[in-house]
Each structure stands twice: as C-alpha cells, then as structure tokens.
Design a protein around this ligand. Structure first.
Ligand code: ADP
Ligand code: MG
Length: 145
C-alpha cells in the first residue's frame, strides 16, 4: 500500500493536484473520491480532467450517474453516485464496461458503492479541518500497489 498525503489551502491548489494526477493517469485506472458534501471532490475532478487535456467544463452529473468525456488523451468517465438508491443502478448503466474498459474512471461518493469497487482502485479521501481554516483540505491518496 502506498499512501501519500497533501494539504491544500485554496481550491486552485486542489485543482492543481488533480491536474498532476490527470497528467499521469493511465488507461484502465479507477480513482475513487470520498469526502463530505462541499469538500472539493468536484474541484479535484476538474483538475484531473484538465490534466487529461479535457477543455470542456466538468461539473457533477446531476441527472445521470456517469458523464463521459472523449476529447482528452484518454476517455474520461466521471461518476457521481451520491443519489444512487441501490448498487443495482450501476448494473443498469453497465458500469463494468466503464470500470474494465480503456478509459479513466473517477467516482465521487465511491463509498456508496463499496461492494463493486475493484481492489486496485486508487482511493482519494478529502477532509476539512476547521482548526486549520475554512479553505484547508487534507487529501490522502492510497494505492494498493
Ligand atoms: P464536492 O464535490 O466534494 O461536493 P465541490 O468540489 O463541488 O465539493 O465544492 C468544493 C467547494 O469548496 C468549492 O466551493 C470550493 O471553492 C471550496 N473550497 C475551498 N477551499 C478549497 C480547497 N482547498 N480545495 C477544494 N475546494 C475548496
Ligand atoms: Mg461533487
């Protein structure tokens, strides 16, 4: 297990961290994002998209579970499973084609679909710490290899 921790003090810094990760992302990788509402998961995702060379704006998919972006270096599949009622909804959208395909998957609220996450997923946790200020975020990246 490799674990790295970062601290950011502004949204731009979280975006820049995501961007670095997006630049290095490889086909078939799955990134999971866990953290409370408003912690910065979508900001981080926007950075990843930028790092992949995606220019169109990325926001959380509201009416669909997954949003696909094809204009970057590798296809990018952005999931937000916050509103998912049952993990079966993932079957309905054919998630396996995304998870085990040639693109990069990033899943906001991945903890809600724990049972279908492959063990090789790269787990990113974002946390606030009120003692360190309103814009402070602690970002931990865990990879099983
Ligand atoms: P989530 O997707 O986790 O619900 P968002 O990314 O949509 O959260 O929103 C995060 C909010 O927190 C944004 O309004 C952003 O400007 C703000 N913010 C403040 N400081 C940071 C930081 N260090 N990193 C990321 N976002 C931050
Ligand atoms: Mg979000």
């Amino acid at each position: 297990m490799i674990s790295k921790t970062y601290e950011t003090y502004a949204p731009e810094e979280t975006l820049a961290l995501g961007e670095k990760l997006g630049e290095k992302a490889q086909p078939g990788q799955i990134y999971t994002l866990v953290g409370d509402l408003g912690v910065g998961k979508t900001v981080f995702t926007q950075g990843v998209a930028r790092g992949l060379g995606i220019k169109e704006p990325v926001s959380s998919p509201t009416f669909t579970i997954v949003q696909e972006y094809d204009e970057g270096r590798i296809p990018f599949y952005h999931f937000d499973v916050y509103r998912i009622g049952d993990v079966e909804e993932m079957d309905e959208i054919g998630y396996e084609d995304y998870f085990y395909g040639e693109g990069v998957c990033l899943i906001e609220w991945a903890n809600l679909i724990d049972e279908i996450l492959p063990p090789e997923a790269i787990c990113i946790t974002i946390e606030k710490n009120p003692e360190k200020g309103y814009d402070y975020r602690r970002i931990t990246i865990d990879a099983s290899i």
